[in-house]
Design a protein around this ligand. Structure first.
Ligand code: AMP
Ligand code: MG
Length: 410
C-alpha cells in the first residue's frame, strides 16, 4: 500500500493543465492567466499632480516662507480630465489631484501651504523642485509585462487588467468533474424512504460543493445501483468529463464493482488502489481518455472518507488542471489542545480539528468522534491535523501540522 504523499505525487505527475479559453474580465476572478498582461501605455500617461494646490515655477517660489510669502498671479486651472493653461514667470495655476502639469510649471505646492486672494495666491513655503508631481511612466511603461501568465487573478489583478483596456482575458480552462454516486442503498433528495437500510446521499452534494469550491465545474451523472447494467449505462454519461469521481463500491465487498467497470467501460487504467491513510484507505486512482489525460478517482462511500479523499487528493489535481502553480492545500502548524493517542500507527491519520488563533499561535482541537462514517464531525471542522505513520501519540501542547479546509480562521 502506498503512502499518502506518494499517492499525491503520482496523481500530480499524471495531471495535465487544460487548454486556454477567453473569458470576460468580470468572469475571470480566481482563474489562472494564460497570457501575459502588457501595458498599452505609460502610467501615469503624462506628468500630473499628486495633490490639490497650485502649479508653479520653482524659480518663483524659491525662498518663500510664512513671514515672506511669494505672491503669484492666478491663471486658469488644471483639473483631472481637463486641459491645463500654460503658466509664465510670476504665475500659478490652480491644480487638482490627477490634473496635468501645465506647460511652464515644474512644482506643485499643496493648498495648505498657500493662501488664495483675489486673482493671486500667496505661497508660504519653498518646496523642492518637482515636489508633488507624479511622473509619466513612474508606475509602468508601455510594453512592460505587468502580470505574468500562470498568476491567479484576484481583485488587484482584475484592476490592472482593466487599466490596460482588456475586456476579455485568456485563462486556462476549468475541468468538468463528473460525480457518479453508486450503491443499492442510496437515495437522492426527495426519494421516499421505504426501508431502514436506505441511506440518503450526502456525498453527491458534498462533492458537488467541493468541486465548486475548488473552481471546477461539477456534473452530477446520476445514481447507479450495484448492478453491472446500471453502472455501464451511468458510466457512459461520463465521457464528456475531464475528471470522473465515483463514490461507493471501491472496497473489497462482492458488490464493489466500480473499479472493474470503469476499466471495461471507459478504458480507465488503474494506477493505484488503496493508500495508507485514515480515513479514505480504499481510494482508487486511474487515467483514461485518448491521451490518458483524464483522471478517475474511485472514492469510498463513507461520508467523511469521501470528503477527505476529495480534499487531499482530488482538489490538488483540479487546481493543477486549472493552471495553479501551487496546487497544494493551505497548511499551518498548530498547538494541540488535547492529548491524542492511537494503537496502530501504520497509516497516516487525518484528525478533524477546530482551529483557533489567539493572535500569536494557532491551536488545534481534535473532535471526539473521528469515525469515517460520522459526517457531522465535518461540520465545524476547519481542517485536519496530520498524525504521521509511526506516531502513536501527540500530547497537548505539542505541535501538529494542520491542513485547512477553511482559511477564514486565519
Ligand atoms: P461503500 O464504499 O460503498 O462500501 O460504502 C461505505 C459506506 O458509506 C456505507 O455505509 C454506505 O451506505 C455509505 N455511503 C455510500 N455512498 C454514500 C452516499 N452517497 N452518501 C452517504 N453515505 C454513503
Ligand atoms: Mg456500497
Amino acid at each position: 500500500m502506498i503512502k499518502h504523499e506518494e499517492a499525491l505525487k503520482i496523481i500530480l505527475e499524471n495531471t495535465k493543465r487544460l487548454g486556454k479559453e477567453k473569458v470576460f474580465l468580470k468572469d475571470a476572478l480566481y482563474r489562472i492567466l494564460a497570457e501575459d498582461i502588457v501595458a498599452d501605455r505609460d502610467n501615469p500617461p503624462a506628468d500630473n499632480s499628486g495633490m490639490d494646490g497650485f502649479a508653479v515655477r520653482y524659480e518663483d517660489i524659491k525662498g518663500a516662507s510664512e513671514e515672506n510669502p511669494v505672491e503669484l498671479k492666478l491663471v486658469g486651472e488644471a483639473k483631472a480630465g481637463g486641459e491645463p493653461t500654460p503658466i509664465k514667470e510670476g504665475e500659478a495655476a490652480a491644480i487638482y489631484t490627477g490634473g496635468l502639469i501645465p506647460e511652464g510649471a515644474d512644482t506643485v505646492i499643496q493648498k495648505e501651504l498657500t493662501e488664495k486672494k483675489d486673482g493671486t495666491v500667496l505661497i508660504k513655503k519653498e518646496l523642492q523642485k518637482g515636489a508633488n508631481i507624479r511622473r509619466q511612466g513612474e508606475d509602468f511603461k508601455k510594453g512592460d509585462v505587468l502580470i505574468k501568465k500562470g498568476k491567479k487573478i484576484r481583485p488587484a489583478e482584475i484592476g490592472v487588467i482593466a487599466s490596460v483596456n482588456k475586456p476579455t482575458v485568456e485563462v486556462y480552462q476549468v475541468p468538468r468533474v463528473g460525480i457518479l454516486t453508486t450503491g443499492d442503498e442510496i437515495l437522492d433528495l426527495g426519494e421516499p424512504i421505504t426501508s431502514p437500510s436506505q441511506i440518503r446521499t450526502s456525498n453527491t452534494y458534498a462533492l458537488q460543493a467541493q468541486v465548486l469550491e475548488a473552481g471546477g465545474i461539477p456534473v452530477i451523472l446520476g445514481f447507479a445501483k450495484d448492478d453491472p447494467k446500471d453502472l455501464k449505462e451511468k458510466l457512459s454519461y461520463a465521457k464528456s468529463c475531464d475528471v470522473l469521481l465515483t463514490t461507493g463500491g471501491v472496497s473489497v465487498g462482492d458488490y464493489d464493482l466500480v473499479k472493474d467497470f470503469v476499466c471495461s467501460e471507459l478504458g480507465v487504467e488503474i494506477i493505484f488502489w488503496k493508500v495508507a491513510q485514515k480515513p479514505g484507505k480504499p481510494v482508487a486512482f486511474g487515467v483514461w481518455g485518448e491521451e490518458k489525460q483524464k483522471l478517475f478517482f474511485g472514492i469510498p462511500g463513507n461520508p467523511v472518507a469521501c470528503m477527505f479523499v476529495f480534499h487531499t487528493l482530488v482538489r490538488p489535481a483540479i487546481k493543477k488542471m486549472m493552471g495553479f502553480e501551487n496546487p497544494y492545500n493551505p497548511t499551518i502548524t498548530a498547538i494541540m489542545e488535547e492529548d491524542y493517542k492511537r494503537k496502530k500507527s501504520d497509516r497516516e491519520e487525518f484528525l478533524r480539528v477546530s482551529v483557533r488563533y489567539d493572535g500569536e499561535n494557532f491551536y488545534a482541537k481534535p473532535f471526539g468522534k473521528q469515525g469515517s462514517n460520522i459526517l457531522t464531525g465535518m461540520v465545524n471542522a476547519h481542517g485536519f491535523g496530520v498524525v504521521p505513520i509511526g506516531v502513536n501519540e501527540i500530547k497537548k501542547g505539542e505541535k501538529i501540522k494542520v491542513v485547512l479546509f477553511d482559511t477564514d480562521v486565519c
